[in-house]
Design a protein around this ligand. Structure first.
Ligand code: ATP
Ligand code: MG
Length: 209
């Protein structure tokens, strides 16, 4: 009693173009399995690795994320990356979250198996692993065993005693934003792949046609 408990904040970063039930199931599972206090969804600003396709305006991706998470009491959405000029690196976002939430907070970065492989080959992987714990969710089509090989050397040595990358088994959902965009373009249904409010918002605004 009286002792300050460390707050456990989950961070779910993504383009969310659009947000779908795969993202939501992943976040909810992480919240439950790792006793997180809250999951913060962080839509990206201008994504540095997706120049092949122009993503929807950040404000619209943000709005869809708010609509999708609004009814969940432990989900929040942050504008942190969309108001920051230029591409956002994970290390900058983690550092900013530590500044915002203060000392008594542990940051858990929730990602799919594909994204974690990318992040760890990104800017300052050692520093990222020092400042955040990763929760890597299984995702159809991506091999989590490859993750072990791509970890930085220092992390491999520490791995067994103090794991910074935790693997999370989730019910496999072969849902992707890419597939949803294609479906809308082809006039095929996205019902049950995204929350109802999100599909209505896409329809109303004529996105992805
Ligand atoms: P795109 O097809 O445009 O790349 P996406 O479906 O991969 O979209 P992102 O916004 O790129 O969605 O992903 C955000 C985060 O959610 C990433 O960490 C990604 O690995 C994870 N993720 C996305 N879909 C799933 C899924 N079906 N199961 C588990 N994790 C997922
Ligand atoms: Mg992706």
């Amino acid at each position: 009693m009286g002792r300050l408990r460390i707050k456990r904040i989950g961070v779910m970063g993504g383009t969310f173009d659009p947000i779908h039930n795969g993202h939501l199931v992943t976040a909810e599972e992480a919240w439950k399995q790792f006793q997180l206090d809250q999951v913060l969804f962080v839509p990206s600003g201008s994504p540095p690795h997706k120049e092949d396709r122009k993503s929807l305006d950040a404000e619209d991706r943000y709005l869809m994320t708010v609509i999708a998470t609004a009814t969940n009491p432990h989900f929040r959405v942050s504008r942190l990356e969309i108001v920051r000029p230029g591409p956002s690196y994970t290390i900058d976002t983690v550092r900013e979250l530590h500044r915002i939430y203060g000392k008594n907070t542990e940051v858990f970065f929730i990602t799919g198996a594909d994204a974690i492989l990318e992040i760890l080959t990104w800017k300052e992987p050692e520093a990222v692993l020092r400042e955040a714990t990763f929760i890597a969710a299984t995702r159809p089509g991506y091999d989590l065993k490859r993750l072990e090989e791509s970890l930085p050397e220092a992390e491999k040595e520490r791995h067994a005693s103090d794991p910074r990358v935790l693997v999370m088994e989730i019910p496999a959902l072969a849902i992707s934003s890419t597939d949803i965009r294609q479906r809308v373009k082809q006039g095929r249904p996205i019902t049950y792949l995204v929350p109802e409010g999100v599909s209505e918002f896409i329809e109303k605004n004529g996105f992805y046609r």
